[in-house]
Write a new protein. Structure first.
Length: 395
């Protein structure tokens, strides 16, 4: 009921004693109001325990039962992305190493199965994450929009807070990677392929790329390079053709970035050691204008993934006005150099992708939304223009 507006929808439901029971109903409102509330009332005095209350729109993208909001997903689909990197950046590695901890690092297996069995967690941006959007839904959405899936797994190492699994005890984290490949590509005779099939997708998802760590860098106390070598060896022993994405850290100006490239170039003669190295940069528009030639002189022996980039005329909490036309034009200018160097920059993606108005810890963002609407920032239309008008000839 939206108080004072007269909009109202109602559904009655019978409750039975004796353990947890799933209850569903359909509520149709006789009007629209962005401030509507869900209210649950008892007809008599009783004690009832509720858990996992989910109010879902009837119209989801492609009609998926546990689907995405049609307008938001439709905006992304209209951009015609060639790939989708998920579940996010720092989201993949910030947290404790204890799997049962509510503040644990993101584990893709926790996002499978019935929604009410998925353990909620507090994520990197300090809000509750139900994991209702899980890896099955990510893969499914990629298939729906014709984008290649690019999941990023934790390397058992959080460089921001220096939480790390011992290098000589990485089996648990290696298994996260190989089991994910089996979930995506295995048939029903495999353990995780059978889980995917039971969830409703008999055919493999066709995973070809996998990121090892997000914004990982070498520190005095943690050897990310050794970790990457361990992952590379184990993953390619299991799936020789898997394209691995390495990490160059959180910026493109510090010694961390330089040391990362020294490491990957030291292995450039090793076939398939790394498919592309993930670079991140959130910079002023002036930097993008001044560096349209950034990749002109890169070595062609190791490929690049511009994994997170955006112009930041200004930044901060809940600032949609930071998505300026100036910033979008600077990104467009920089992308001329990215496209000109497509022989070395094989993947590129603006970040972050979505932000909810009034709840965004980070600005600017590509697509903003609230409870009932969404819109693309100027940067969105730059991305859409480039995606819809791919170059075919280099002059």
């Amino acid at each position: 009921n939206a108080e004072g507006t007269g909009c109202y929808g109602r559904a009655d439901m019978k409750l039975e004693a004796g353990g947890w029971k799933k209850k569903e109903c359909r509520i149709k409102s006789d009007g629209t109001d962005a401030a509507a509330r869900l209210v649950i009332l008892m007809r008599q005095i009783m004690t009832v325990e509720f858990d996992v209350i989910s109010l879902f729109p009837a119209d989801t993208y492609r009609g998926r039962e546990n689907g995405l909001r049609a307008d938001i997903a439709g905006m992304l689909a209209a951009m015609k992305p060639r790939f989708l990197r998920f579940p996010g950046g720092c989201l993949t590695h910030i947290g404790s190493l204890e799997e049962r901890d509510r503040n644990a690092m993101y584990r893709w297996k926790s996002t499978l199965g019935d929604v009410w069995d998925r353990p909620a967690r507090r994520n990197s941006w300090n809000y509750n994450q139900t994991l209702g959007l899980g890896y099955y839904e990510y893969f499914q959405f990629c298939e729906d929009i014709g984008a290649k899936p690019l999941p990023v797994i934790s390397a058992g190492f959080d460089p921001h807070f220096l939480r790390m699994a011992p290098v000589d005890d990485m089996e648990e984290w290696i298994r996260e990677a190989t089991d994910l490949i089996e979930f995506a590509n295995g048939d029903r005779t495999t353990r995780w392929g059978a889980v995917r099939a039971q969830m409703g997708h008999e055919e493999p998802f066709g995973l070809t790329m996998l990121g090892v760590g997000n914004e990982q860098w070498q520190t005095e106390k943690a050897d990310f390079f050794e970790r990457y070598e361990i992952f590379e060896k184990a993953i390619h022993a299991y799936a020789p053709k898997m394209k691995l994405i390495g990490s160059a850290g959180p910026d493109i100006t510090s010694g961390r970035y330089a040391r990362a490239w020294e490491f990957y170039h030291a292995h450039e003669e090793q076939a398939d050691f790394v498919y592309a190295v993930d670079e991140h940069y959130y910079v002023k528009p002036e930097w993008l204008y001044g560096h349209t030639d950034f990749y002109d002189n890169y070595s062609r022996k190791v490929k690049v993934f511009s994994g997170e980039y955006a112009a930041h005329p200004c930044s901060g909490f809940n600032r949609p006005e930071s998505n300026t036309l100036e910033g979008a034009l600077a990104e467009a200018a920089f992308l001329t150099g990215v496209e000109r160097n497509a022989d070395v920059v094989v993947l590129a993606s603006y970040a972050p992708l979505f932000a909810r108005l009034g709840y965004a810890q980070w600005s600017p963002d590509l697509i903003w939304f609230d409870a009932s609407n969404c819109y693309g920032s100027p940067s969105y239309y730059v991305q859409k223009m480039y995606s819809e008008n791919m170059g075919t000839v280099t002059v």
